[in-house]
Structures are given as structure tokens and as C-alpha cells.
Design a binder for this molecule. Structure first.
Ligand code: ZN
Length: 153
């Protein structure tokens, strides 16, 4: 059950208890009201049960969809294993039925990370260059802050 609903139910239950106390349930005039108030907790608990069933149904559906996704992913892998896959940047070709235990999609992904023509290698080189720059600037900052770079007085 969602926290919001749980909080709302608690709030309503508390209100019912307050109302019950304030109205003085012994009095005959309040008999109808009394009956209604007595029904409310039952209704709330029923509502809670319904919400709980919905939650279980939702989890069940998510589980089924996850299973279906796994099945389809496996199917795609099987289809790809009977084909060649090419890197669109350098033309490197894998398959069919490579000896590698990984799927064709995995093989291509690994290739993309090291392919000299793939945009990712340019990005990686740029990242490495910038990381080096950051490291050297950090060293410079440390030297300046510790005063070792200051001219002797
Ligand atoms: Zn490539």
C-alpha cells in the first residue's frame, strides 16, 4: 500500500475515534450516526485490502513484463548470432557465431570503446586530456596554497 494512502487511512481512523468520543455514543439520538461510524473502520479496512490486491497485481504484472523482456532480449541475441554485425564507423565485422561467449551486441559494444573511428574514442581521449589538466591544476593549487611557490621574503 502506498504511504500516502496509509497516512490517509490513519488520519481518517483518528478522526473517527475523535468523533466517537465527542458525540457520546451512549445516547439514543446518535444511534444512526453510531451505526455509520462503526461501519467506517470496516470500510477502511476493505479499502486497504483492495489497495493491497492492486499492489500485488501491479508487482505480478511488472514481473511478467520483466520475464517477457528477458525472453525477447534472448531472442534478439539468438537472431544476431546467425548474422554478421558491422561497426558503422570502421567496418569491423563480427560473426556469425563468433567463438566469443558474449552476445553480438556485447561484442559490438566492446569494439565501440576501442574503435579508432568511433566518436567514443575521441570523447575518451578528450576526457583523458582534461583529467590530466585537472590533476596538474590541482597540484599547482596545492603548491600555491602551501606557500612553497611563493618567492622568499
Ligand atoms: Zn569500429
Amino acid at each position: 500500500m502506498s504511504d500516502n494512502l496509509q497516512n490517509k487511512l490513519t488520519e481518517i481512523r483518528n478522526l473517527c475515534n475523535d468523533a466517537e468520543r465527542l458525540m457520546g455514543f451512549e445516547s439514543i439520538e446518535n444511534e444512526t450516526l453510531q451505526a455509520i461510524c462503526k461501519c467506517i473502520p470496516e470500510l477502511l479496512s476493505l479499502l486497504g485490502t483492495i489497495e493491497l490486491q492492486r499492489e500485488e497485481k501491479r508487482k505480478e504484472t511488472i514481473g511478467m513484463l520483466n520475464d517477457e523482456c528477458s525472453r525477447l532480449r534472448k531472442w534478439v541475441e539468438e537472431l544476431q548470432s546467425g548474422m554478421f554485425v558491422n561497426c558503422v564507423y570502421c567496418g569491423h565485422r563480427y560473426g556469425p557465431e563468433e567463438t566469443t561467449p558474449v552476445s553480438m551486441a556485447e561484442a559490438l559494444k566492446e569494439h565501440a570503446e576501442s574503435c579508432p573511428d568511433h566518436p567514443m574514442s575521441a570523447l575518451k581521449a578528450e576526457r583523458d586530456r582534461l583529467l590530466e589538466k585537472v590533476a596538474s591544476m590541482e597540484k599547482m593549487m596545492e603548491r600555491v596554497c602551501s606557500g612553497s611557490d611563493m618567492p622568499a621574503a
